[in-house]
Design a protein around this ligand. Sequence first.
Ligand SMILES: NC(=O)c1ccc[n+]([C@@H]2O[C@H](COP(=O)([O-])OP(=O)(O)OC[C@H]3O[C@@H](n4cnc5c(N)ncnc54)[C@H](OP(=O)(O)O)[C@@H]3O)[C@@H](O)[C@H]2O)c1
Length: 255
Amino acid sequence: MEQILNKSFEMVAFGTLAIAVPVFLLLLFIKAPYGRHIRQGWGPLLDNRIGWFVMESPAVLVFGAIMIFYAKWDTTAVLLLLMWQLHYCHRVFIYPWTLKKDKKMPWLILVMALVFNTTNAYLNAWSIASQGDKYSDVWLSSPQFLTGVLVFFAGMALNKVSDRQLARLSSAKSETGTYQVPYGAAYRWVSCPNYLGEIIQWTGWAIATWSLAGWVFAVWTMANLVPRAIAHHRWYRETFKDYPAERRALIPYLL
Ligand SMILES: NC(=O)c1ccc[n+]([C@@H]2O[C@H](COP(=O)([O-])OP(=O)(O)OC[C@H]3O[C@@H](n4cnc5c(N)ncnc54)[C@H](OP(=O)(O)O)[C@@H]3O)[C@@H](O)[C@H]2O)c1
């Protein structure tokens, strides 16, 4: 097993990186059909909350299993494991239950996310587990690790606070049946601060691990979320005539 994980690493990492480019271009024209952009023609549907729980689970399980079986238990590896699991345990065990009960998502989205999360968890866990010498205690005081951890937690805070604001609007939506314009905190500047937070968070991870796998994940997060932020922003402008004109899609004052 160890040999397979080792041999396939570079091929899978560069393959995943190469696919990010067409995915980004495609998503600029075709909105991923879940959430507010769900529509007919994307096959059978399943419960949205179950979908989120199942499709994010490999990130917890695959990453955890590889670390348990193959990592050297140095402080650095343990801290990286905790950072990863802090995010993904929340995403799997808490986040889905903050979403509305009666919403659906296509099975296709679930299958694609399962493939991505499994691959991504393998790449990032194996990258740490197979480089025990790099991630020794010395790495803890490296500029990459210190900067990356700060960036990671700043991004995580922005993502979680912004998602929380949407969850409150979402429960109001259950009563009125309509979306509302989010206000306050980072929504003053952009339509999708939760996506901006996610991008910052995984860029922080890439810096903290200073690894091919970390950068592949950061690039994929951008490839996924930049087009989706543009689509959300366009949707807000079309839906709400009084939508704040100064607000941008993802990056304050720029995009
Ligand atoms: N790393 C990656 O590549 C990646 C990819 C995708 C998502 N994510 C992360 O996963 C999380 C969820 O992503 P998402 O695409 O589902 O986010 P989203 O479109 O912003 O929606 C999040 C939740 O808030 C609700 N909501 C959004 N705007 C609302 C409004 N104006 N009024 C009322 N309710 C509103 C949505 O309801 P509806 O479902 O009814 O629209 C949904 O339940 C985010 O933290 C995101 O960063 C990460």
